[in-house]
Ligand binder design. Structure first.
Ligand SMILES: [Zn+2]
Length: 204
């Protein structure tokens, strides 16, 4: 092995992998053992031309960049302006309230993905009208896009991904039962846009 590189998986490695472990969440680390091009083990280290340590395949030179994933979500609004939320039936934050959404597919636009995920999770057909915000969560290596949306069809229903689907007024959101930071941040921005002061503004 090149002296500048160290194995990701050799427990006897001289240099600790702390920086990498801190930067890259476990769910992504667990997918990064081997080169996706040739199958050789990946190593971590400094690569000419790169400005930070990279995962590289010494056999074929492939660099495995570790990038966040985009999560596309909506805040569906009823005719009377109430917000539809679901109680998550999946981890992380199982059982807490959140907006519908999920990972964007490579062959769809952000709007298409948000509409698709909302239908899959709540049974509602929505039309996004504006963006509430974009919320980075480096700890989980995700960026969450949140669109406000009008409900134009479908019927709210419990799904494999939602234990419960319910509507809430902007001044009566279930704040103590919101589990995801990105959901709390987005809902704070959204209620402010409707003239409501959110609780715990100092909490991250
Ligand atoms: Zn390779």
């Amino acid at each position: 092995m090149d002296g500048r590189l160290r194995s990701l998986w050799d427990p006897g490695a001289d240099e600790p992998l702390d920086g990498f472990v801190d930067r890259v969440p476990a769910w992504i680390r667990s997918t990064l053992g081997y080169c996706s091009r040739c199958g050789s083990p990946l190593a971590l280290g400094e690569i000419p031309g790169e400005h930070r340590e990279r995962l590289v395949c010494e056999a074929c030179g492939f660099i495995a960049y570790v990038n966040p994933r985009l999560v596309v979500t909506t805040l569906p609004l009823t005719d009377s302006g109430e917000l539809v939320l679901l109680r998550r039936a999946i981890e992380p934050a199982y059982g807490t309230w959140a907006q519908p959404g999920g990972f964007l597919e490579a062959d769809e636009t952000a709007i298409q993905g948000a509409v698709r995920e909302t239908l899959e999770e709540t049974g509602l057909v929505v039309a996004p009208t504006s963006i509430v915000g974009l919320y980075s969560q480096p700890r989980s290596a995700v960026v969450v896009a949140v669109f406000e949306a009008t409900i134009i069809g479908g019927e709210a229903q419990v799904t494999d991904e939602a234990l419960e689907v319910a509507t809430f007024r902007a001044d009566a959101l279930p704040w103590p039962s919101i589990g995801l930071d990105t959901t709390r941040w987005a809902l704070r921005d959204w209620v402010r846009s409707r003239g409501v002061t959110p609780p715990d503004p100092d909490r991250p």
